[in-house]
Design a protein around this ligand. Structure first.
Ligand SMILES: [Zn+2]
Length: 374
């Protein structure tokens, strides 16, 4: 069941495997194995992240579970050095459960109480969703579809950490995939491997940066390029250049909404001319918790008494037109841009949420909560 066994205790393996199985069943995205001390007694707590929220699943006293041997086993399975406990390490392994392969990414970090492990469960299905399943409404799709199918252009997906940007990026690539296109990505890290897509992993040890990878891709006769995340001006400039010489480029930026995405690029030091010439659209997003359908939000076993179960994407889409281009060119303020975008009919978060509240699928408090995240 688990590909790499190495020198590990069966008892530890059974425990790891049972929590992974349980995490998959409960739709958890992350499993935390955390040293924990309360009133001087060493323990280990296992927490799952479900629908974006961490939840304590179980707590063990250390002698019962032999925390060290579990951590050791996870590190061996993930091809990490188990003897090295003083610095952070990362690795990955694959498990097959009910004939589905799950890539599991592992991070180990030394805390003052001992090593803490976080497992990220990479469920390939989660990254190949239809755009409608991501939560894109007909109104959103009417704007998004014409932009992403163009032979050239530049589309940015923005949002805070954990807003589902990578899922959207991968799903869009799957959506526009065809054998007559050369699709290349440069990612840090490659989260999920796809058939028929040329994925490059950023590797600082070998000098493979976003910029270097992008320049290499541009010499590879590309049609579609995806840049994992743009964090600096040089990466943005290079990606914009790729769009200007005739590729369709997709990337993600950490920004709270569509207008702030433009402001963020300008603040990075990217020339307004570059942005206004190449940028064609911005999709900004959040993941919104849905009211539990079983208990109608009162709280039940199925939703762990939170009143919420499952999530959907909430989107804001800005198509860049000549009016917005002119404003970018003269470095207009966020307020000016926002007013013009509203006038041009930008589908904003504010307009997207109204039908959801009217239908009772989420709550005003949940929307306020996710929109406050920057
Ligand atoms: Zn419920």
């Amino acid at each position: 069941m688990i590909e790499r066994r190495g020198e590990v205790r069966q008892e530890s393996l059974d425990m790891i495997y049972s929590f992974i199985r349980r995490a998959i069943k409960e739709r958890a995205t992350d499993v935390h194995w955390e040293p924990y001390v309360e009133s001087g007694k060493p323990e280990m707590v296992i927490r799952f992240r479900i629908d974006g929220m961490l939840k304590d699943m179980e707590r063990f006293s250390e002698d019962k579970t032999r925390l060290g041997s579990v951590v050791n086993a996870i590190k061996i399975m993930a091809s990490m050095d188990p003897t090295q406990k003083r610095f952070e390490q990362d690795g990955r392994f694959t498990v097959s459960i009910d004939n589905v392969d799950y890539d599991i990414r592992i991070s180990a970090m030394p805390t003052i109480l001992g090593e803490k492990i976080v497992m990220r469960l990479m469920d390939r299905k989660r990254y190949c969703m239809s755009l409608a399943d991501l939560g894109m409404s007909k109104e959103v799709l009417d704007i998004v579809n014409p932009i992403i199918y163009k032979p050239e252009g530049f589309v940015i997906i923005s949002g805070p950490t954990g807003s589902g940007k990578t899922t959207s990026l991968y799903s869009i690539l799957q959506h526009i995939y065809s054998r007559d296109k050369n699709i290349c990505t440069i990612e840090d890290p490659v989260e999920v491997k796809f058939v028929g897509i040329n994925q490059i992993q950023v590797d600082h040890d070998f000098g493979m940066t976003f910029v270097k990878g992008l320049r290499a891709i541009m010499r590879q006769d590309p049609n579609v390029i995806a840049v994992g995340e743009m964090r600096d001006a040089e990466t943005v400039r290079t990606a914009l250049q790729a769009a200007l010489v005739g590729a369709m480029v997709f990337s993600t930026v950490h920004a709270k909404d569509a207008i702030n995405t433009i402001v963020r690029l300008l603040d990075m030091g990217v020339e307004p001319f570059f942005i206004s010439t190449a940028l064609t659209g911005i999709v900004s997003q959040r993941l919104l918790r849905l009211v539990c359908k079983i208990c109608k939000g009162k709280g039940c076993m199925q939703c762990a008494n939170t009143g919420f179960r499952r999530r959907t994407g909430l989107f804001e889409v800005l198509k860049i037109n000549d009016i917005i281009r002119q404003l970018i060119l003269r470095r207009a303020s966020a307020d000016e841009l926002r007013a013009a975008a509203a006038e041009q009919g930008m589908l904003s978060f504010a307009t997207s949420v109204e039908p959801l509240i009217a239908q009772g699928v989420t709550t005003r408090e949940e929307i306020d909560r996710i929109l406050a995240v920057e």
